[in-house]
Design a protein around this ligand. Structure first.
Ligand code: ZN
Length: 466
């Protein structure tokens, strides 16, 4: 069961150099030159290609019941799509049903994933209750291998919302037990008021009503408030799917004061802008938070380049055209979400490295090393170390790929990037040493992925690299 990947250029967040990689038992066993392979060793020719640690998408929602339907990529097809796009680990969510134990949500979600996942996965735990038992629940999650707790500042009706005191109390606990709050930050009262205001005119506004009702300050204000609670408690907060330029300013200011605040953004916030909502099919692009203005994208790119944004994720929550059609012209009824995991790595390569916005090493840091480090997976994943899991991508920088929904593994019948031309695409994806995708086609084994317990904050070497 050994493989040698020969002749490629190894790329990590810090180095690029020519070397061969020997994989044994799913682990990187050796890195060097001029190995003589044992008989029976599979030899992979990586000449002219990059060999990089597999992408890590720390924000996906497979088979999520949401907005009256269920997201159409399940754990099986979603992880197949991930593998095709050079992603070797995904982190999904287990959201507590209010009044029920959070651990029950974790076990239920694991039961849904087991036997279906084709690459390794982990879960964030969504806590929707806070009472005298909750600090112990958080500790238990950390011990279990789930050091990231999702909280929402919105979704009152779904019973998911954390009010400010709950968030404050949870942040106090994170400082004690090595956990981090992953936060959906939007300002609930103003947002709901604006939704109600624009809903009066929904027939005329169409999908544009979605953009009008959630201006950038709706996110920015919530981000500022969360940073304040993190600052006074000494807790750790991580802003998911950051979509507004002003939020990046707030994160930067917080980081400069020494607050433990981190942020992810997603390709849709970098590559698209709110003009999509004026298109005939604008409702397809509705996601939450929604895609903002050109100047927001520009500020987010700046953050991706200079470190205010630590990593890229996708917030994949796939709804096909038929599901999206449920809106019937009412922007408040659109199933919110976009496909994404399959194109994250190549999009960031083409528009980041290809457009000379950042280096090849920063690219690996954004899609692999930093997601691993922030989520307690590093250095088991996110790098090419001897002893690390052999989760790697042989990336062909010269390969041309035009995005067409029919060419992708995702169950989505449309793509936000339909017709976009990419240069650079994963040629091969390995998950713990097994070939799982070749030239965008899944060739792995259904159910071979494993749940990965993650390490608490503070137990791993090195903080986030800016
Ligand atoms: Zn999400």
């Amino acid at each position: 069961m050994s493989t040698i990947i020969k002749g490629g250029t190894l790329v990590t967040e810090s180095d690029s150099f020519k070397a061969d990689v020997v994989i044994n038992g799913g682990i990187i066993a050796a890195i060097g030159r001029n190995f003589t392979p044992d008989p029976g060793t599979e030899v992979v020719d990586a000449r002219g290609k990059f060999v990089m640690p597999g992408g890590i998408d720390a924000h996906v929602h497979f088979q999520l019941p949401f907005c009256g339907t269920v997201s159409s990529d399940d754990f099986e097809n979603g992880t197949k799509a991930a593998a095709c796009g050079g992603v070797t680990t995904i982190i999904d969510y287990a959201i507590q049903v209010k009044g029920r134990p959070v651990m029950e949500a974790v076990e239920n979600r694991r039961a849904e994933a087991e036997g279906k996942v084709c690459i390794d996965y982990s879960l964030h735990a969504g806590m929707t209750d806070w009472n005298e038992k909750s600090p112990r629940d958080m500790e238990r999650l950390v011990e279990y291998g789930i050091p990231t707790i999702k909280m929402f500042m919105i979704y009152k009706a779904q019973g998911w919302m954390a009010d400010d005191y709950m968030l404050y109390s949870a942040l106090e606990e994170t400082a004690k037990c090595g956990a981090m709050i992953e936060l959906h930050a939007e300002s609930v009262f103003v947002m709901e008021g604006l939704i109600e205001r624009y809903h009066k005119d929904y027939r005329r506004l169409g999908a544009w009503g979605h953009a009008l009702s959630r201006p950038s300050f709706v996110e920015e204000e919530a981000v500022q408030r969360a940073i304040k609670w993190a600052e006074v408690t000494g807790g750790r907060v991580y802003i998911v799917h950051m979509s507004a330029g002003a939020s990046a300013n707030a994160v930067k200011a917080g980081q400069e004061r020494g607050v433990n605040v981190y942020a992810e953004t997603c390709p849709q916030y970098l590559l698209l802008d709110e003009s999509v909502f004026k298109r005939k099919d604008g409702h397809l692009y509705a996601t939450c938070p929604q895609i903002k203005k050109k100047e927001d994208s520009a500020r987010l790119w700046q953050g991706v380049i200079n470190g205010d944004v630590s990593l890229i994720t996708t917030d994949t929550c796939t709804f096909n055209k038929k599901q999206k059609a449920r809106w019937g012209g009412d922007f408040t009824k659109i199933p919110y979400g976009l496909p994404g995991v399959e194109n994250m790595v190549p999009l960031m390569y083409t528009y980041g490295v290809g457009k000379k916005r950042f280096s090849l090493n920063r690219f690996v840091q954004l899609v692999s090393a930093n997601p691993a480090r922030l989520h307690g997976l590093y250095p088991r994943k996110g790098t090419l170390n001897i002893g690390s899991d052999a989760d790697l991508v042989v990336f062909d920088p010269g390969s041309k790929f035009t995005i067409r929904p029919g060419r992708l593994q995702t169950n989505c019948d449309w793509s936000p990037y339909d017709g976009w031309k990419l240069t650079g695409y994963p040629a091969m994806t390995f998950s713990r040493g097994r070939l799982v995708a070749r030239s965008g086609k899944f060739v792995g084994t259904v159910g071979a992925g494993k749940f990965v317990a993650r390490a608490p904050w503070g137990s791993i070497e090195g903080r986030i690299k800016r």
